[in-house]
Design a protein around this ligand. Structure first.
Ligand SMILES: [Fe+2]
Ligand SMILES: [Fe+2]
Length: 489
């Protein structure tokens, strides 16, 4: 089963690689032909026509195609060209030109017609001169320069280019990026989504190990850069899902190495979203049929994208599988349709839970009446055995509690309270630490932190009666938590 997906993805990747090569070859054949023939020569006209067609076919709806140099490699879009021996000269020639001009690459508008490409080919021998004004003292190009109406020179962006860094620089940068996202996740607003975080205070070593694994693999540095540049929400979500998945994996007793692989896989589960237009991705209302169709492509396009950015390793196959399977359900339904005999792997089952929990608790951004964290837990339970693995779900709830951090609850004493910390013991899922709210002034005053598990079982002050919606009681949960955490700090 694994090999079928891998093969399908390999085939997709090879097909894309072919188009990329066809494009690069068409470009250079046009250049070479122009050296030998006049601009209006029928052979030259034919080469320009081929060049324009190769560009349009490769772009396939994207606005532009980028031919870029990263370290010793040439990339077309996100495809790294893997040269056959006969391509080496061609490759060296392109890379040499880019190097001499101090540019990161060229960008071609996908609708560039033969006439527009002809004007670029005419200008090619003088690109160096065109860039003079933009390149102080012949150094690296720092800005985008329009060379001809539909072709632009791209700056050599060192910081976006993991392959040009030394391994130490790349590692340090990936570490910074990941931990910065983690710090943001710890900010009060997001604490609610990440009731599992206190768990991770104990497990910093696991996160470090995951980040080490992340930076060792070629695909992950590039993938992380791609997701981060594409959309900050998707990046934050990926970091959250990664952390939640590792926290759950730890409860499951996975080894450090497996936890690292799980964390990396979770980090890239939504890689395919980088291929979904942002208007669709961030659409506030419901998707129409066409939009749904686009959204449903992201698990497989993510797997393909990952394969394109790295050489095949065990970890890469694992990561691709999680991307492909993370919208399958425990009962075999979901998407993409992979056949009745296909079962979601363990990592994907973990990531599916973490993904759903984070996406639903983050719904506050999109919805007028967002889900409360405890409503999300109820939803997960309602779908236990259908969407989610019941055993994993039980472990997950032991971790975040029945009322995750940020839930507003009514205690049996009648008091309102906000859950401030997850329960410490598995058997106390309904007894987290809460901070009580007291009526005061124009709203609520923050009372004291009460650990519900510490009270006698009969003490009504220590029992949760029900979850409430903050909008019904005009409680700003984030502000309450901010106060609690600031005082604790
Ligand atoms: Fe997804
Ligand atoms: Fe997701």
């Amino acid at each position: 089963m694994v090999s079928t997906t891998t093969l399908l993805d390999l085939r997709g990747s090879i097909a894309r690689g072919d188009l990329a090569w066809r494009f690069v070859r068409a470009f250079f054949t046009a250049l070479q032909t122009r050296r030998l023939r006049a601009a209006e020569d029928p052979q030259m006209v034919a080469r320009l026509q081929e060049f324009s067609e190769a560009l349009a076919r490769l772009a396939a709806g994207d606005g532009a195609v980028r031919l870029q140099r990263f370290g010793p490699h040439l990339w077309v879009g996100r495809t790294r060209l893997r040269p056959l021996p006969e391509h080496r000269l061609l490759l060296r020639s392109v890379l040499g030109d880019f190097e001499r001009w101090g540019i990161g690459g060229l960008e071609f508008q996908s609708d560039a017609d033969p006439a527009a490409l002809a004007s670029f080919i005419e200008l090619y021998p003088t690109v160096d001169r065109c860039l003079l004004a933009a390149r102080p003292e012949g150094g690296r190009l720092e800005v985008v320069v329009e060379l001809s109406p539909q072709v632009r020179a791209l700056p050599a962006q060192r910081e976006l280019n993991p392959e040009e860094m030394t391994p130490e620089e790349a590692r340090a940068q990936a570490r910074r990026t990941f931990f910065r996202a983690l710090a943001a996740a710890r900010s009060v607003t997001r604490q609610c989504a990440l009731g599992g975080l206190p768990e991770l205070r104990k497990t910093r070593a696991v996160v470090h190990e995951m980040v080490d694994t992340l930076v060792e693999e070629e695909f992950s540095l590039l993938g992380m850069t791609a997701i981060q540049n594409f959309d900050p929400y998707t990046f934050q979500h990926s970091v959250h899902v990664s952390i939640l998945s590792m926290a759950l994996g730890q409860r499951l007793g996975l080894s450090r190495g497996d936890l690292a692989a799980l964390g990396v896989s979770a980090m890239f589960h939504d890689m395919g979203k980088t291929r979904v237009p942002k208007e669709v991705l961030h659409k506030p209302g419901r998707f129409d049929d066409t939009e749904w169709r686009v959204m449903r492509t992201h698990p497989l396009s993510g797997a393909r994208e990952l394969l394109r950015t790295g050489s095949v390793s065990d970890l890469l196959v694992q990561v691709m599988l999680v991307s492909a399977e993370h919208h399958l359900r425990f009962d075999g339904s979901g998407y993409p349709p992979l056949g009745d005999s296909w079962q979601q792997g363990l990592f994907a089952r973990i990531v599916t839970l973490a993904d759903c929990f984070d996406a639903m608790t983050a719904s506050r951004i999109y919805m007028k009446r967002p889900f409360t964290p405890d409503a999300v837990i109820r939803y997960l339970f309602e779908n236990s055995g259908r969407m989610f693995d019941p055993d994993l779900l039980r472990l997950f709830v032991e971790m975040v509690g029945l009322y995750p951090v940020g839930s507003l609850v009514r205690l049996e004493s009648g008091e309102l309270a906000v859950v401030a910390e997850p329960p410490t013991q598995a058997r106390e899922v309904d007894r987290p630490a809460v901070v009580t709210l007291e009526p005061g002034g124009q709203g609520w005053r923050v009372g004291s932190v009460r650990r519900l598990a510490d009270g006698a079982p009969v003490d009504p002050r220590c029992r949760i009666q029900a979850g409430c919606h903050p909008q019904d009681h005009e409680v700003d949960v984030d502000a309450v938590l901010a106060q609690v955490y600031l005082e604790a700090a």
